[in-house]
Design a protein. Structure first.
Length: 320
């Protein structure tokens, strides 16, 4: 009876939380789209490919201000743009919509711009790594050379995300799946789309609508398209750290994740179904030597964005 009341309270909280979320994020989405057509100009030149950046959950384009300076110092003349899209509350929007919006922005500002004719790099952080991977997999015309993934939840998240939005702060990890895998949550909140409960693996694959699809772990008409588009990349760079205080487990940034029904054991990338099945091309990229992994200890979730030393050692060498 106590469990039933607890779950009923969680679902009632979900109703009010998602109503508020929908109103806030819709407004923020409109604000984020204003004026972006002025960001990319013709005629920029440089010896390095342009770099486009995408922030994480709750973040904004300004999260990459330090990174923009690092690029300017290490690679002078590089065109570098932190995308002013889906900032703050707008990052709550379901990721399929954000991916569509980013593709629209790129088609308008990048696709026909001579500055990007030879390609460009995508550097993305946290939730932004999933958005960028969605752009790569779903946009046939992409010209991404290198995908730099910084602290990305590629096999999901089972931890801090559930309390990231204030109305959910009292939700426990144990019961979060009962609301985050609901149809309403899946259709409304971005983070619900990559919530991965290792104790409810069947529910994850059957009811989580975004990440299993992005990873080509559910049958779809676009499986082959996503794999082909991903393998158009020249290289993928995965960055993560055991010092990450947000990702749970931190190895999700390396395509590792908890063993089913056991959060005391983490299976590495090479033992994950997404790799063994080569569902979207991860194993192929690894086999051809185009997948790079760096996981130095002690780096905080956002620490990558503010350290010139980390940039110089783990990122700059891949920005050709």
């Amino acid at each position: 009876m106590a469990r039933s009341r607890h779950l009923g309270g969680l679902r009632l909280a979900l109703v009010f939380a998602l109503l508020a979320l929908h109103a806030w994020s819709a407004s923020a989405e409109r604000r984020s789209e204003n004026g972006v057509e002025n960001w990319v100009k013709n005629g920029a030149t440089g010896s390095y490919l342009p770099v486009l950046m995408m922030h994480g959950y709750g973040g904004s384009a300004s999260d990459f201000d330090d990174m923009l300076q690092f690029i300017a110092m290490e690679h002078p003349g590089t065109v570098a743009i932190s995308l002013p899209l889906y900032e703050h509350y707008a990052s709550d929007l379901v990721l399929d919509r954000q991916i569509e919006g980013v593709i629209d922005w790129l088609e308008t500002n990048v696709a026909s711009n001579e500055t990007f004719a030879d390609g460009y790099h995508l550097m993305c952080h946290s939730q932004g790594t999933l958005i960028c991977r969605g752009v790569i997999e779903r946009w046939r015309e992409h010209r991404v050379n290198t995908f730099v993934s910084i602290a990305g939840p590629h096999l999901g998240q089972y931890g801090a995300t559930v309390g990231a939005f204030a109305p959910f702060e009292n939700f426990t990890t144990e019961y979060a799946w009962t609301v985050l895998y609901s149809r309403w949550a899946q259709a409304t909140w971005s983070a619900a789309g990559y919530w991965h409960d290792p104790y409810h693996e069947k529910a994850y694959y059957n009811r989580c609508k975004f990440l299993p699809s992005l990873n080509n772990m559910v049958e779809s008409d676009i499986n082959s398209i996503q794999k082909r588009n991903f393998l158009k990349l020249n290289s993928t760079v995965l960055l993560g750290s055991s010092g990450d205080q947000v990702l749970v487990p931190w190895q999700t940034s390396m395509f590792g994740f908890f063993e089913v029904n056991n959060v005391d054991e983490v299976r590495p990338m090479q033992e994950q179904p997404v790799y063994l099945r080569d569902s979207f091309g991860l194993r192929t990229m690894h086999d051809r030597g185009s997948l790079v992994q760096h996981h130095p200890p002690g780096v905080l979730h956002s620490g990558w964005l503010h350290s010139q030393l980390l940039f110089r050692k783990f990122i700059a060498p891949y920005l050709s």
